[in-house]
Ligand binder design. Structure first.
Ligand code: UD1
Ligand code: UDP
Length: 392
């Protein structure tokens, strides 16, 4: 490290944070004359995080390796907080950057605050206004927002949310969401390199799904789920709705890359049994690497999910999204008509998915490409702003 450089530490721990921080890390690393870029992973997720690190060729300077099977919020918070104490004492960064609304982000922001190190919040200002939905994410992002000195808001709406909480306007920067940067990177790679698309096709066959099934114009419904507030009855309803849809639409394929959380997998087994291969048009597969997932999203007809990131990605690929939640902190695509909330409600899920499958008009209304979350340049903007903030 040279005397001119400023040290910026990016801290993250889960799959979506890694995907959304990856383009930012690359951008900082391009400016190595100005920034000493440190990557600290908490590994709140182990396998899901490592998948992303591999895809984007990232290496961690610090790996806190905190994940435990069946961890609860106390485990994550305390383990991140304590481990970060030692890392921050050693590295003494000029700025800590955290992302979004995970417990990693909030605990890392708090750890930085305890050493009076300023915090920048990437993907700041998303709000539902209901602290139990999503839980604990809504409170996580509010606390992180309170701690942060600099707020990188993806949209004008998120900026307005912060202004309502009396954040000073000069500390809010509307940059777009780095998820679109990551998506562009991957989509361009897939477009430019035909061998890569072939490789992804083969990878998917290895995972249990052959996309050439779609050559005859077959429709594919892509499903993901993991939200804590859907644990229990919510996931039970979701699985029963999927079962009904699979039986009602035998000519449509349904594919569900399952999150590794046992709270997500147990209801799947309760509804579908131990052997998940009983239905010819339903495919339960392991979580996919980001490239394979984006490849599959592009091939899909619609997406049924409770994910935050997928709500942002799928509309920009022109895919309708039905969100299995009662609230969303991402209202932009709902307003644009490409995202609809269906809750974890059996009847609503069955009805809305069926309507999109059967009614071309409803489908065309929802399937227009729509990208309110950015232009793929968010990371560049953020790095430039931080350069000014740190006086470089
Ligand atoms: C976490 C975040 C959530 C984010 C989601 C993205 C919190 C409280 N939750 O939820 O905001 O939307 O990540 O996916 O910060 N597991 C593994 N391997 C992995 C990952 C998870 O085995 O690579 C299993 C473990 O048993 C782990 C459990 O899943 O204990 C739950 O992981 P956790 O990070 O606590 O919750 P998520 O539901 O993944
Ligand atoms: N994703 C992935 N593989 C999968 C499922 C999702 O790479 O099998 C990606 C997806 O494209 C998105 C992110 O993971 O960028 C979303 O993660 P998740 O839904 O776990 O978290 P959330 O966004 O809800 O916090």
């Amino acid at each position: 490290m040279t005397r001119q450089q400023k040290t910026v530490m990016l801290v993250f721990g889960t799959r979506p944070e890694a995907i959304k921080m990856a383009p930012l890390i690359k951008e900082f690393q391009k400016k190595s004359d100005i920034f000493n870029t440190l990557v600290c992973v908490t590994a709140q997720h182990r396998q899901l995080l490592d998948q992303v690190m591999d895809v984007f060729h990232l290496t961690a300077d610090y790996d806190l390796d905190i994940m435990q099977q069946g961890q609860d919020l106390y485990d994550i918070t305390s383990r991140v907080l304590l481990s970060m104490r030692d890392v921050l004492r050693q590295a003494r960064p000029d700025l800590v950057l955290v992302h979004g609304d995970t417990t990693t982000s909030t605990a890392a922001a708090l750890a930085a605050f305890y050493q009076q190190i300023p915090v920048g919040h990437i993907e700041a200002g998303l709000r539902t206004g209901n602290i139990y939905s999503p839980w604990p994410e809504e409170m996580n992002r509010q606390i992180t927002g309170r701690i942060a000195s600099y707020h990188f808001a993806p949209t004008e709406t998120s900026r307005e949310n912060l202004l309502k909480e009396n954040v000073h306007p000069s500390n809010i920067y509307v940059t777009g969401n780095t998820v679109i940067d990551a998506l562009h990177l991957v989509v361009n790679e897939l477009k430019c390199d035909k061998r890569l698309a072939d490789r992804e096709r083969q990878t998917l066959i290895g995972c249990g799904y052959d996309v050439s099934r779609l050559n005859e114009g077959k429709k594919l419904v892509l499903i993901t789920g993991h939200r804590r507030e859907n644990f229990g009855d919510g996931f039970h309803n979701i699985c029963k709705a999927i079962k009904m849809l699979v039986l009602r639409h035998p000519n449509v394929d349904f594919i569900y890359p399952m999150h590794l959380n046992p709270n997500v997998r147990n209801p799947i087994h309760q509804v579908f049994g131990e052997n998940l291969n009983d239905y010819q048009n339903l495919f339960f597969i392991e979580p996919l690497e980001y490239l394979s997932f984006v490849y599959l999203m592009e091939k899909s007809f619609l997406v049924l999910t409770d994910s935050g990131g997928v709500q942002e990605e799928a509309p920009s690929l022109g895919k309708p999204v039905l969100v299995m939640r009662d609230t969303t902190e991402r209202p932009e695509a709902v307003l644009a008509g490409t995202v609809k909330l269906v809750g974890a409600n059996y009847q609503k899920i069955v009805d809305e998915v069926s309507q999109l499958i059967l009614d071309d008009h409803s489908y065309s209304l929802m399937s227009k490409a729509n990208n309110p979350y950015g232009d793929g340049q968010a990371s560049k903007r953020i790095v430039e702003i931080i350069r000014n903030i740190l006086g470089q």
